[in-house]
Ligand binder design. Structure first.
Ligand SMILES: [Fe+2]
Ligand SMILES: [Fe+2]
Length: 165
């Protein structure tokens, strides 16, 4: 009979999922920054690229805490979300609504991350992984802050610009 899978296995698998996702996001953010027309949106993407590098390295520390080597596992959700972002870039190139579309795609990424980090943090608490709780919490807060910054940008400039063609 196969070995019983426990919360620890689920934690490890989900860690691989978000590790894969963060690396994909790291590849997508420079393209989004390049495509953005608003200087503020560009700056927000660039800032979050730096934070995302930190997210990858925090995840590597979490792998270390559970004595596992850092390894990704294909995350179809993030591939789909990133692909939708690329579609917007292509279909709205040079258009007034480009930035609003890019911003929405970025928020979908952040919401995916917030969901994963929230779950992982709760599981780490249950599993008594104290350092992991701390590391996952730090990243979760940065994802939430990025999401809030994007909402502010949408409301203060990006959406109006998209309307006024
Ligand atoms: Fe992240
Ligand atoms: Fe993020």
């Amino acid at each position: 009979m196969a070995k019983e899978k426990t919360l620890r296995d689920l934690f490890h698998d989900t860690l691989k999922d978000i590790y894969f996702a963060e690396k994909k996001i790291l590849g997508a953010l420079p393209k989004m920054a390049k495509a953005a027309q608003s200087a503020d949106l560009k700056a927000a993407f660039e800032k979050h690229e730096g934070e995302t590098e930190e997210h990858v390295s925090r995840l590597e520390q979490v792998f270390e805490e559970i004595d596992a080597k850092p390894q990704g596992k294909t995350c179809d959700a993030i591939l789909g979300i990133i692909e939708e972002g690329q579609e917007v870039m292509k279909e709205y190139k040079g258009q007034a609504a480009l930035d609003a579309g890019l911003l929405a795609a970025a928020q979908a990424v952040e919401h995916y991350e917030i969901s994963r980090y929230g779950t992982l943090k709760t599981w780490a608490q249950e599993l008594g992984l104290e350092q992991a709780v701390q590391l996952l919490e730090e990243t979760l807060e940065e994802e939430k802050k990025t999401d809030a910054t994007l909402t502010e940008l949408a409301e203060s400039e990006v959406n109006q610009h998209a309307e006024a063609a």
